[in-house]
Design a protein around this ligand. Structure first.
Ligand SMILES: NC(=O)c1ccc[n+]([C@@H]2O[C@H](COP(=O)([O-])OP(=O)(O)OC[C@H]3O[C@@H](n4cnc5c(N)ncnc54)[C@H](OP(=O)(O)O)[C@@H]3O)[C@@H](O)[C@H]2O)c1
Length: 312
């Protein structure tokens, strides 16, 4: 297939591109800078210069493809107070792909997150976004959730649309996301903390397993599929803190709920969530079988402790 990938130079995209090329697909990656373009060329992808605000470029690149994987998101803007603006741009991009791919039977796969689902029980692929979810309560993701809804609805317009929900941690060597932030907070504060009794759980996936699922979704997912890239259903946050404490030689401590916002800052809301997610239906549908290390084993490999993350 000729596959147009946005966010191809990002953390997940840079694993999806070799996964697709390795399976014989031709990848055209969107690049907004010389550095991203060079990385895509080095990975063996064709480069389409532009940003996710260049809707004409997105439209023509999608129209010339057999499928689109949309991974770009303005995290730089979203995490500096502009979440809704980033989510609006994301929505316009998804609408544009919907127009370009309509009535074609071609694949359209977007990234979403399991933190948008109901907390406190094991979420499944059949669940929809929930107003009590960690992502919802954190303040900004309503538009993102409705973009996922829009994407699923494109099935009725002849598009093989798919929403691939990622766990809050897509881990691996080079990760600069939530796990790296947690390590950084532990370093700065001198304790490896968890909230309350730390029995609340996060699902997790290694980025190579996630990349494999993106390929399977592109190739095989039926129209209107919601998929879960949860290699692990729920890892207790206290166990994560214990591994971090051991590697940094720091005490492992409970942080009371009322002090969590001061201690964990922007991460507190997410870290308090008990948000396990199942991937049973995804595994059955696509025969997805994760093969990479689980989160605790990956933390134990040590790479999270050898560098200081940029977003600390
Ligand atoms: N990582 C996780 O744990 C996780 C969990 C849940 C959901 N997700 C979602 O999965 C998707 C991929 O995440 P990621 O971790 O790979 O993110 P990432 O590492 O921040 O990569 C973001 C990608 O988007 C591109 N991008 C940003 N702004 C752009 C713009 N204005 N125009 C064009 N491209 C732009 C970046 O390009 P440059 O390389 O040029 O900066 C990069 O390729 C996102 O939708 C994210 O929200 C991720």
């Amino acid at each position: 297939m000729r596959v147009f990938v946005t966010g191809a130079s990002g953390w997940i995209g840079s694993a999806v591109v070799p996964e697709l090329i390795g399976a014989g697909h031709h990848v055209i990656g969107l690049a907004r800078s010389d550095a991203s373009a060079a990385a895509l060329t080095a990975a063996g992808a064709q480069v389409q210069r532009g940003t996710i605000d260049d809707l004409d470029i997105l439209r023509s690149a999608a129209a010339a493809s057999d499928g689109v994987i949309h991974l770009a998101f303005k995290h730089d803007i979203a995490f500096s107070g502009g979440f809704e603006a980033a989510a609006d741009a994301d929505r316009r991009a998804a609408e544009t792909f919907g127009e370009a791919l309509a009535v074609s039977g071609r694949a359209f796969v977007i990234a979403s997150g399991t933190l948008m689902l109901a907390p406190g029980r094991v979420a499944t692929e059949r669940d929809g976004r929930d107003p009590g979810s960690a992502a919802h309560l954190s303040g900004g993701p309503r538009t993102r959730a409705s973009t996922a809804q829009l994407t699923l609805s494109l099935a009725s317009r002849g598009i093989r649309s798919c929403v691939l929900r990622l766990p809050p941690t897509v881990h691996g060597d080079g990760d600069n996301g939530f796990m790296a932030a947690l390590v950084s907070i532990a370093r700065d504060s001198g304790v490896s903390g968890y909230i309350g009794d730390g029995s609340n759980r996060w699902p997790a996936v290694h980025r190579l397993d996630a990349a494999h699922l993106f390929r399977l979704a592109l190739e095989q997912a039926p129209p209107g599929s919601a998929l879960h890239a949860a290699a692990e259903q729920g890892v207790p946050i206290r166990e994560i803190a214990e591994v971090i404490g051991r590697h940094l030689n720091l005490p492992v401590t409970s942080i009371p709920h009322e002090q969590a916002a001061r201690h964990f800052r922007w991460l507190a809301h997410f870290l308090a969530a008990d948000a396990p997610a199942s991937s049973t239906l995804t595994r059955e549908l696509l025969d997805w079988q994760p093969t990479q290390p689980g989160l605790l084993d990956d933390l134990d490999k040590g790479h999270y402790f050898n560098h200081t993350p940029a977003n600390s």
